[in-house]
Write a protein that binds this ligand. Sequence first.
Ligand SMILES: Nc1nc2c(c(=O)[nH]1)N(C=O)[C@@H](CNc1ccc(C(=O)N[C@@H](CCC(=O)O)C(=O)O)cc1)CN2
Ligand SMILES: Nc1ncnc2c1ncn2[C@@H]1O[C@H](COP(=O)(O)OP(=O)(O)OP(=O)(O)O)[C@@H](O)[C@H]1O
Length: 193
Amino acid sequence: MNSDSADKADLRVLARDQRRAFVATLDPLAHRLAFKVLPSPLARRLADARTVALYMGLDDEAPAQRLAAPLIAMGKRVALPRVLDRLGSMDFLAWTPDAPLIPGPFRTSHPEPGDGPVTPDAIIAPLVGFDRALNRLGQGGGYYDRAFARFPDALRIGLAWSAQELDDVPADPWDLPLDIILTEAELIEGPDA
Ligand SMILES: Nc1nc2c(c(=O)[nH]1)N(C=O)[C@@H](CNc1ccc(C(=O)N[C@@H](CCC(=O)O)C(=O)O)cc1)CN2
Ligand SMILES: Nc1ncnc2c1ncn2[C@@H]1O[C@H](COP(=O)(O)OP(=O)(O)OP(=O)(O)O)[C@@H](O)[C@H]1O
């Protein structure tokens, strides 16, 4: 346990509450249209990416799977994470929206292994909370921290509802900040954009 892990646990409760309240009161049409289009500044940042990892949104998470269609239309290969164990390991498998998904741990689902794991050039990550400095608060399993460490050249993109913003997310030594955060309302980019 790290010194601020209690802070992180409290912040997860807060951010999940804010997310639940926001999604519950969101206009159904606004929900249906959110995250279906790739904003052009983000499309530009993805120009050189061949493989982009998405995730299947669970519950109130921002539905990243909706970006599969615009990404494929741009000629990208889309991938989804496969949880390999309950200790924090995952890899990425290529996927198209018409391909079946296999149930995995933690209610996740992943594609059939096909030709095996792929290397993502950009990772679109789920998050519980974020701050303006592009710090990411995840579920606490360290899955994405490890994936970011394993693929250090991959562009790190967080997807969230705007209500998941927190004043300050404490960063542990292993936490790598995001490069970009996309919400239903705005695109937040780091200093070296
Ligand atoms: N949609 C989605 N896919 C994802 C993640 C995610 O956050 N969202 N992950 C991000 O890392 C990885 C899977 N890790 C996860 C870790 C914990 C829980 C979760 O719901 N944990 C519950 C306890 C579940 C249990 O112990 O059985 C919890 O924290 O309340 C979900 C996914 C990879 N795939
Ligand atoms: N690169 C890494 N290698 C090994 N362990 C790591 C690495 N990064 C993080 N961890 C471990 O993962 C655990 C969870 O970290 P943290 O609370 O930051 O998770 P998170 O980013 O919120 O979760 P997730 O990425 O699953 O959504 C920590 O106990 C940490 O020791």
